[in-house]
Design a protein around this ligand. Structure first.
Ligand SMILES: Nc1ncnc2c1ncn2[C@@H]1O[C@H](COP(=O)(O)OP(=O)(O)OP(=O)(O)O)[C@@H](O)[C@H]1O
Ligand SMILES: [Mg+2]
Length: 448
């Protein structure tokens, strides 16, 4: 039996309430506000944003959510395009009468430079209709026109009785043009019912705390300066009490039967929820926590766990879990990490010159340790930390090969698209592996 981590958040009621009060302020005042969620990697920023977003479904709000990608920082506006494209697609899924209302509002609001917004958010054309072309401009003037178009778009979505909530996760990796756009929106002289919620692995001044990777401080500082009202939500580690409840729920056991184990997990992980999850899974992999079918419950070997001397560094633990995978799986994960948080199955098949069945077979061991999961036509990493670790599995030369290969394939697909040719199955798909793949060392992961 697989260990399933409970999907809910522990000990985050106050932080959620703070985000909700930021939303209430925007709804009541009609003015914009910034909510800043900070904390170290794995502390639960993305999970908090996700839970907040789910709660908003019960309230009148327009929500757009995007996430900056650390390996694609050079793609301008990627996170914001993702956010608005998602919102537009959601609107297009509404009943016809509602879509017609939106079409009217959006097409009226977009103004002279509306086409620039459509260029960034292709689905917007279905709401905005045909817009006049925008004469080419460059430099600050081009940026000003684009900011005007986006400001108008935000105006169309944001109303007092239905504020716009724009979530930007992983702000520390946001590209510079996106940051300028957010600053522009926060500096709006006219009232704008917009709640911008950002999260970042912000460095904290607290002594003894590890400074997270990335260079987040200036990014948030710039937004804070522009915002008229700022809600700070700093996430702290879970205390031993919350960790005990989490572990008890995961192992479906009583809290009082787990005190020793929970104290050890808390001491090792310092209450970082991502680390708690990885640690539990590692102990299950190592059969120090086992599920016994005879009494249908989980058992653990506390002495064995102590003797094993697990690392108290989360990055090492994630890397160690990946390093146990077969060589081909590791190579494939490394390639996927280069492509981003999600990798299109067709693109992966084309890069590696294999068919989808063979691809799935290589990824079975990665599935088994919960490093990746399939989402329709793509594979996604369980978490950014796993992607980061996977990225480190390839040498710089191997990464270069992946980027080159992906770039060529995408360019070819774009040309076919321009010519209106059907972009069929990727070329050269076979069940033979390219020569540069490692020879299979082990057929599957050993759980020893
Ligand atoms: N309060 C919590 N209770 C239980 N589980 C949690 C809690 N917060 C986060 N988690 C879980 O811990 C893992 C890490 O959380 P999350 O991805 O939100 O961290 P993060 O702060 O966004 O990290 P990063 O900066 O690396 O993106 C997720 O699997 C999440 O479901
Ligand atoms: Mg996150």
């Amino acid at each position: 039996m697989e260990l399933e981590l409970p999907g809910r958040l522990y000990a985050r009621d106050a932080e959620l309430a703070r985000l909700q009060s930021a939303f209430d302020y925007v709804a009541m005042s009609g003015n914009h506000a910034l909510a800043v969620v900070t904390g170290t990697s794995g502390i639960g920023k993305s999970a908090l944003l996700e839970t907040f977003l789910q709660g908003l479904r019960q309230r009148p709000a327009c929500c757009a959510a995007g996430k900056a990608d650390q390996f694609r920082r050079d793609v301008p506006y990627a996170a914001l395009a993702e956010a608005f494209q998602g919102l537009v697609l959601e609107i297009l899924g509404q009943p016809d009468a509602a879509v017609r209302d939106w079409q009217q509002q959006v097409s009226q609001a977009l103004g002279l430079y509306g086409q620039l917004a459509v260029n960034m958010i292709p689905a917007l054309e279905l709401l905005a209709g045909r817009l006049p072309p925008v004469a080419a401009s460059a430099g600050p003037e081009a940026q000003e026109h684009f900011h005007m178009a986006m400001h108008n778009l935000v105006n169309a979505f944001a109303r007092c009785d239905r504020p716009l909530v724009l979530l930007v996760d992983d702000l520390q990796w946001l590209d510079a043009p996106s940051l300028s756009l957010l600053e522009h929106l926060l500096a709006s002289p006219s009232p704008l019912p917009l709640l911008l919620v950002t999260s970042s692995r912000e460095a904290t001044a607290e002594p003894g705390r590890q400074v997270p990777t990335g260079t987040p401080e200036p990014t948030h500082a710039r937004l804070r300066r522009k915002a008229a009202r700022v809600y700070e939500v700093a996430l702290a580690e879970l205390d031993v009490n919350a960790v005990t409840t989490l572990v008890a729920d995961a192992l479906r056991a009583r809290r009082r039967d787990l005190q020793g184990l929970a104290a050890l997990i808390h001491a090792k992980t310092l209450g970082n929820p991502f680390f708690v999850g990885q640690f539990l899974k590692t102990m299950v992999d190592d059969r120090l926590i086992v599920h016994r079918p005879d009494d249908a419950s989980w058992h653990y070997d506390l002495e064995g766990i102590r003797r094993r001397g697990y690392t108290d560094n989360v990055a090492d633990m994630v890397l160690q879990r990946l390093e146990r995978l077969p060589a081909r799986t590791r190579t494939l994960l490394g390639g996927m990490a280069c492509l981003g948080r999600h990798s299109d199955i067709a693109l992966l098949c084309a890069i590696y010159g294999i068919d989808a069945r063979a691809l799935h077979a290589v990824l079975v061991p990665a599935h088994a340790i919960d490093a990746v999961h399939q989402e329709e036509q793509r594979y996604a990493f369980f978490h950014d930390r796993v992607q980061e670790a996977a990225h480190g599995l390839l040498s710089p030369a191997e990464r270069k090969r992946i980027y080159l290969s992906a770039g060529r394939l995408l360019a070819r697909a774009a040309q076919a698209d321009d010519r209106d040719e059907p972009c069929s199955t990727p070329p050269n798909c076979s069940r033979r592996w390219p020569s540069w793949w490692p020879t299979p060392a082990r057929p599957s992961m050993s759980r020893g």
